[in-house]
Design a protein around this ligand. Structure first.
Ligand code: DOR
Length: 432
């Protein structure tokens, strides 16, 4: 029996590689279904004309802050923010307090996400105990508890020896290592991109090379030890060159861009000065680097866009700049920024564009999903690809209102999210 159908919708399905207007049916078991052959109770009918239906939108990189910093975000508020952002699956970074570095902690956090039930999660376990960069965490046990990747995000895996061991583990088990690229000695307390804007505002600079030398070290280790390596939030041209080089050698390297690095430049630091609203790590870069990142996405060097959703409490980002934590609350603007940068100016086809938040991240974690085909779980987002809207952090579901996009106009957004055939977000409301 049909439970739900979306009529006349443009199905943009990067998993199946199809882009066509169709009627989409969902059965009572929450799976995509064939159109009914005989009379059927029609179930709920949704008019999809003018909308895109995109299956299984994934945000590979989010910080939900539970346990330990629930005043910034907890799994409930983070899950609501995901639903409102049109996201069906999140990659949960382990830099909570304490860090997710054991099987028990992994079990707890994944159990909480399942209990809330608004979004699916790919657990990401720490590479090192406490993400302190010294001793390896218990990778086997975390993997047994459902970890889909390992990362010390927020910090780099600076030790070459530890990264070599992690890649060897990855080669054996297929678990990807997600690296936050930062050479601590070069970054040396920097808080903004080292360049003209930081100099003018008197902010401690972090050179572009702090990111890219780590990328080149890591692709060298990847060649030597094998495994799967994913670069989080790539932001400088030489990182992209390392990624392209590694792939040309046949190594399994992937890379992600964050929406803020694709949209903004370090001019945002001046716009928000003296607050820390635009303070993020890696830092916002000058226009030339931002444009190189866009090109890397357009050329397929970067195959994932992920929000790096980093909510912080009200007041923490208010200034002075040096005292503010790094991070931008971004899961509710992920699709809007992506559509603004690449669809509004018709730089990418809908299929290529949506691949960055669907098939791209699924490939990184090695998760199979068939897309909009009968029998496949009906997880999808309805997107109005051209509607203009103004970012109002006060209307976020997230506890983090910290975004330098406040007041900016974006083009395109999620209008509904469906998980297992059930709406989790519609008409501006989260449905729990
Ligand atoms: O800006 C950032 N914020 N970059 C990171 O790597 C970590 C994140 C956070 O957890 O707040």
């Amino acid at each position: 029996m049909t439970a739900l159908s979306v009529r006349g919708v443009r199905v943009v399905d990067p998993f199946a590689g199809t882009d066509a207007v169709a009627d989409v049916y969902v059965d009572e078991g929450g799976r995509f279904a064939q159109p009914p052959a005989a009379p059927d109770t029609a179930g709920e009918i949704v008019d999809g004309r003018g909308l895109w239906l995109v299956p299984r939108v994934a945000d590979l990189h989010v910080h939900f802050r539970e346990p330990g910093q629930e005043h910034k975000e907890d799994i409930g508020s983070g899950s609501r923010a995901a639903a409102a952002g049109g996201v069906s699956v999140v990659g949960l970074m382990p830099n909570t307090s304490p860090v997710i570095d054991s099987g028990a902690a992994m079990n707890r956090v994944l159990g909480r996400v399942a209990q809330v039930g608004l979004v699916a999660a790919w657990g990401i376990g720490a590479v090192s105990v406490g993400s302190q960069g010294a001793r390896p965490a218990d990778w086997d046990t975390m993997r047994g508890a459902g970890a889909r990747a390992l990362s010390d995000d927020g910090h780099p895996v600076a030790s070459s020896r530890l990264m070599a061991a992690a890649l060897a583990f990855s080669a054996q088990h297929g678990t990807p290592i997600i690296q936050h690229l930062e050479d601590p000695e070069l970054a040396h307390g920097g808080m903004a991109h080292e360049g003209a804007v930081a100099a003018r505002l008197g902010l401690a600079g972090m050179p572009a090379a702090a990111e890219s030398v780590m990328a080149w070290r890591d692709v060298g280790l990847l060649r030597a030890y094998g495994g799967r390596l994913h670069f989080a939030h790539c932001s400088v041209p030489d990182t992209l060159a390392a990624l392209a080089w590694a792939r040309a050698q046949g190594a399994h390297a992937t890379g992600e861009a964050s929406p803020h690095h694709l949209l903004l430049t370090d001019d945002a630091l001046a716009e928000w000065h003296p607050t820390g609203m635009a303070k993020v790590n890696p830092p916002l870069r000058p226009a030339g680097m931002r444009d190189a990142l866009r090109q890397a996405v357009e050329r397929g060097v970067v195959t994932v866009v992920a929000s790096d959703h980093a909510p912080h409490a009200a007041g923490e980002k208010g200034g002075p700049f040096a005292a503010a934590p790094f991070g931008i609350s971004g899961i509710e603007t992920l699709l809007g920024v992506l559509l603004t940068v690449f669809h509004h100016e018709r730089r990418l086809t809908p299929l290529a564009l949506m691949g960055l938040v669907t098939a791209g991240p699924h490939d990184v974690v090695g998760e199979p999903y068939a897309g909009v085909v009968p029998g496949s779980p009906a997880d999808f987002t309805l997107i109005d690809p051209d509607v203009s809207w103004r970012v109002d952090p006060a209307a976020f579901q997230s506890r983090g209102a910290n975004t330098p996009l406040a007041g900016h106009v974006l083009y395109g957004r999620a209008v509904a999210t469906v998980r297992g055939g059930r709406f989790t977000f519609r008409e501006g409301q989260v449905v729990s």
